[in-house]
Design a protein around this ligand. Structure first.
Ligand SMILES: *Cc1c(COP(=O)(O)O)cnc(C)c1O
Length: 378
């Protein structure tokens, strides 16, 4: 069994993907070919925002947003403590101070109450100026923007949605990657919508920021002239081949993949309901794109022994994430290491992510659940 079965997906979509790649090879416009613009148009339409700018990866996408907002030394950027490293790395890379905020245990996403406390503490201490909140759509579930947005407005902060894991999710009829003043995503192969290498995108309704980001991602170019450089930027573009792969995959993603992965998640939830495991909670009106299906183990269960038992039965599992951001070595000795995040610390001890993807069979989900139940009953 695969944790995320990209081989299976390719076998289903092979003819469309191969044809798309072949077209790029024939046209030989490997950088900024027509497929890139076509993809940006389709992604913006799907998400329901005015601008989509693709770039080299999801980490650059966050950095580009922070560049457009001129975030740097002396600024505080609020980031969940329970996330992938990039979310905290990018503000630190920009010279700002990431301030780590605890998450809600049932959704794994930023806790609005703790966010407000963290903002007030930063204001009282007076060392940094609060500027940005980066909310993460962890494991596919949009963060609680209906509660986060008013806090950003109250304190005059910009909201960045890190939708690297959240693409395809929704709250009501609004799609993930439309909730931030700027939103970002990643097309890393294992993400909900993945390409065959690195890739990313930035989404916004704001014309000025979109123009700045288009410039920053191609060496600070002026308009369409990449040899007239008016800003210090970077080289961060999505390859045309990756755009072709994404165009082929986007159809399947929209037509059935999000639906299928939700069916798999529902089956897990049904089969594990009367177990000692705590299951991921999807609040009313929210839709997850299930980048991960993550359960929480009772503290009495030894996670590594459970993982070995699953592995012996041919079942892969992963620990996302084993370490809170504020305890990462890169932040040692900085103000960012001073975070009080007990929920994140508990999650890091107890979470376990199970195999899930749109092509997993009901038999495989049943096998995983059977193995888990057998383990706890012994
Ligand atoms: C994967 C990921 C990123 C970074 O995306 P890359 O394309 O790998 O650079 C950022 N934030 C989160 C939450 C992620 O999961």
């Amino acid at each position: 069994m695969e944790f995320r079965d990209l081989k299976k997906q390719y076998s289903v979509l092979k003819s469309e993907i191969d044809a798309g790649i072949a077209e790029v090879l024939t046209g030989a416009r490997f950088i900024s070919g027509p497929q890139v613009g076509e993809l940006e148009k389709k992604l913006a339409e799907y998400v329901g925002v005015k601008h989509c700018i693709t770039c080299a990866n999801g980490t650059d996408a966050i950095t580009l947003a922070l560049m457009a907002w001129e975030i740097g030394a002396g600024d505080a950027v609020f980031v969940p403590d329970f996330t992938f490293f990039s979310t905290g790395e990018c503000p630190a890379f920009a010279g700002a101070a990431p301030v780590f905020v605890d998450v809600e245990e049932e959704t794994f996403n930023m806790d609005p109450v703790k966010l407000k406390q963290a903002i007030q503490t930063v204001i009282e201490e007076g060392k940094y100026t609060p500027k940005v909140v980066i909310a993460v759509d962890l494991f596919g579930l949009p963060a609680d923007y209906t509660r986060l947005r008013p806090i950003c407005e109250e304190y005059g902060l910009l909201l960045l949605e890190d939708g690297a894991q959240g693409f395809g999710g929704a709250i009501g009829d609004r799609m993930a990657c439309s909730f931030g003043d700027i939103s970002t995503t990643s097309f890393f192969p294992a993400k909900p919508l993945g390409c065959y290498g690195d890739g990313g995108a930035v989404f916004t309704d704001n014309d000025r920021w979109a123009a700045l980001i288009r410039s920053y991602c191609v060496h600070g170019k002026s308009g369409n002239d990449k040899y007239n450089n008016i800003r210090i930027g970077m080289n961060s573009r999505l390859d045309t081949i990756q755009a072709a792969v994404l165009l082929a995959k986007l159809n399947a993603f929209k037509e059935y993949e999000v639906e299928k992965v939700n069916e798999a998640a529902e089956l897990y939830t049904e089969l594990l309901t009367n177990s000692p495991f705590a299951l991921p909670k999807i609040p009313d009106g929210f839709l997850s794109s299930w980048a991960q299906y993550t359960i929480r183990l009772p503290e009495t269960i030894n996670r590594s022994i459970l993982q070995s038992t699953l592995k012996a039965a041919g079942i892969p599992s992963m620990v996302y994430y084993a370490k809170p951001m504020h305890l990462q070595g890169a932040f040692e000795g900085t103000d960012s290491s001073n975070a009080d995040c007990e929920v994140t610390e508990r999650l890091c001890r107890t979470v376990l992510s199970l195999p899930i993807h749109p092509y997993i069979t009901a038999e495989d989900v049943k096998k995983v659940c059977g193995c888990l139940m057998e383990y706890v009953n012994e």
